[in-house]
Design a protein around this ligand. Structure first.
Ligand code: ADA
Length: 565
């Protein structure tokens, strides 16, 4: 679902995108009144979308119901949701299928033995915040709600392949890889079939297997010789085809090695300087239901400015966007929406919150494991990482991601610099710093950095590279001032240029992600005061029109890229 290629050739897949019936439920009485059996009134909306684009719902936070009527030939159906913001309850023909929490993750329900005919899929969507929400209500992005990514219906027949991951370790010389497929299989009762796997043009596996219900199969290891590596700008991808006589799963993978040692980040054994931007998958005309055509445009803009990396701040992005990055050879930092400013220590220590976050990590790893572009898993952003609560949470997430997340750097973005007590749980020290914007001035950068490096060394962590995961300044598009006062494009461009040069010239710094790619609608209701109701730190405005800082960063990023040659 939501990919740049057909995930299934044999399996029947039907898109349920398009017109749905929609009704808000301000009193939250729909469950009691059994709206899942069919609700009256309402209007037609388009899925995927955010409901806030309907002018009367621009600030609506609450419950809304969606209903889709569709035809199915019947059988075992798998109802697949790209993402529902934030909590979903789902019914098929009035039968409860289940609940999903978390606004940016894919999820599915299997419904066996559905009769042929017309059916009703009903979704109750709740985008309210409470004490245990991830993220919390205090946010620097907009409180959107709705079914924000595609919905599909798949028909499962015989032995089916629900998911898979290809685990691999490259040899020292990077020429061969020890590999292992782990495949999630399903049969609605008990059945057997021949399971076959092709990797590139090689047949890797062909074996009769028996399956009962849902089962995970770890296949025998094998060695892939003459590996063509995936790299920045050289995105070698290997197609994967997994199939039985009745079902299939198509995917692709790239082989690459990422490591952090001696203050450097190494990609395929070569030193890598991160030339990055932070990007929200948001547009004022579409909210988080970001259209694919615009994804391509954003990627072109990123490539034109000489970037080699994007941080998907602050949540898992659409699969198709990550597919684009795999195809174009752009690195990606993927994280979950634990956006710290809103999280007091008390909330972060709450076991329900920690478990919700853990589940988001599990889902991120499950769905994004095979994307070679993802070189970093982000655990959290700007949490109180000087506290014991965050220490315990980081320890837990770090070990989970290191053990289950494949060859990736595990990181988090810190804004408490020398007070941070969690640096042992990050492969790269990632700093969010806003000297010259929220405090201090441009002259603060160099002394800050020198002092921080000394601090890192005193902690005995001198081997860990540092990157700046955020820095920047706001400029209202079109505001110019020769004196370079704050809010002007000139000031923003000067700050970005000064920082990029300083980071580039400091051997302990392995690169940076500028905050941020483009301006972003933000949330005035949550008490974040922003000019125009937007976070204006974009290099481009929200309609992707470049500011001076875009050109300034472009000039330097290309200069650094050329030095690398
Ligand atoms: C933080 C946060 C970003 C954004 C930024 C800013 O670093 O991680 O999401 O809010 O501050 O613009 O202040």
């Amino acid at each position: 679902m939501g990919r740049l290629f057909e995930e299934h050739i044999k399996r029947k897949v039907k898109s349920l995108d398009g017109a749905w019936k929609f009704r808000t439920d301000e009193a939250d009485c729909g469950k009691e009144e059994k709206w899942y059996l069919g609700f009256t009134g309402g209007e037609t909306v388009i899925v995927p979308s955010v409901w806030n684009l309907q002018s009367k719902l621009i600030t609506y936070e609450g419950v809304a119901w969606y209903e889709k009527t569709f035809y199915s030939e019947g059988g075992d159906l798998r109802m697949c949701f790209g993402a529902v913001m934030t909590e979903a309850d789902v019914w098929l023909d009035g039968e409860y299928l289940g609940n999903h929490y978390g606004g940016f993750s894919q999820f599915e329900f299997i419904v066996p033995g559905v009769a042929s005919g017309m059916h009703h899929l009903t979704v109750r969507v709740d985008n309210r915040f409470d004490e245990q929400s991830i993220p919390q209500a205090r946010l620097d992005w907009y409180h959107y709600g709705g079914i924000i990514r595609s919905v599909t219906m798949e028909t499962l027949e015989g032995v089916c392949i629900l998911n898979h991951r290809l685990e691999y370790t490259l040899a020292e010389d990077l020429k061969s890889a020890r590999c292992k497929f782990v495949v999630d299989l399903y049969h609605h009762e008990k059945g057997s079939a021949k399971l076959q796997i092709l990797l590139g043009d090689q047949q890797i596996y062909s074996e009769e297997i028996a399956v009962e219900g849902t089962q995970t199969l770890e296949l025998p290891e094998f060695t892939l010789e003459d590996v063509k590596l995936w790299d920045v700008g050289k995105p070698n991808l290997y197609p994967i085809s997994i199939f039985t006589d009745t079902d299939d799963l198509q995917d692709r993978v790239g082989f690459r090695k990422i490591a952090a040692e001696h203050e450097k980040i190494l990609l395929n054994g070569r030193q890598l300087e991160i030339r990055g931007v932070n990007r929200h998958e948001e547009h004022p005309d579409f909210g988080f239901a970001f259209p694919m055509g615009l994804m391509k445009k954003d990627i072109e803009l990123v490539l034109q400015m000489g970037c080699n990396a994007i941080r998907g701040s602050h949540y898992p992005n659409s699969r198709e966007f990550v597919d684009f990055l795999d195809e174009r050879g752009i690195l990606f930092w993927s994280e979950i929406p634990i956006w710290g400013v809103g999280f007091p220590e008390r909330v972060i220590g709450d076991p329900v919150v920690v478990e919700r976050g853990m589940n988001m990590h599990r889902e991120m790893v499950k769905y994004y494991y095979n994307h070679p572009c993802i070189i970093m898993w982000g655990m959290h952003n700007e949490t109180p990482s000087h506290s014991q609560e965050v220490y315990r949470m980081s320890e837990k997430y770090y070990h989970f991601l290191k053990e289950n997340g494949g060859n990736r750097l595990v990181v988090y973005a810190s804004n408490v610099n020398v007070k941070d007590i969690c640096f042992e749980f990050t492969d790269v020290i990632c700093l969010n710093e806003y000297w010259g914007w929220y405090g201090g001035d441009l002259n603060c950068w160099k002394p800050f950095l020198d002092k921080f490096i000394e601090h890192r060394n005193q902690l005995g962590l001198g081997e860990k590279p540092i990157i700046f995961s955020e820095f920047g300044a706001a400029a209202v598009y079109g505001t110019h001032d020769d004196e370079e006062i704050v809010w002007s494009e000139e000031y923003q461009a000067r700050l970005i240029s000064l920082c990029l040069r300083l980071f580039h010239e400091t051997p302990s710094v392995a690169g940076s992600f500028i905050w941020q790619f483009c301006d972003l609608r933000t949330c005035l209701e949550a008490g974040i005061n922003r000019a125009r109701g937007f976070n204006n730190k974009g290099l481009l405005n929200e309609y992707r029109k470049p500011k001076m800082a875009y050109h300034a960063a472009k000039k330097l990023y290309w200069e650094f890229a050329e030095e690398e040659q």
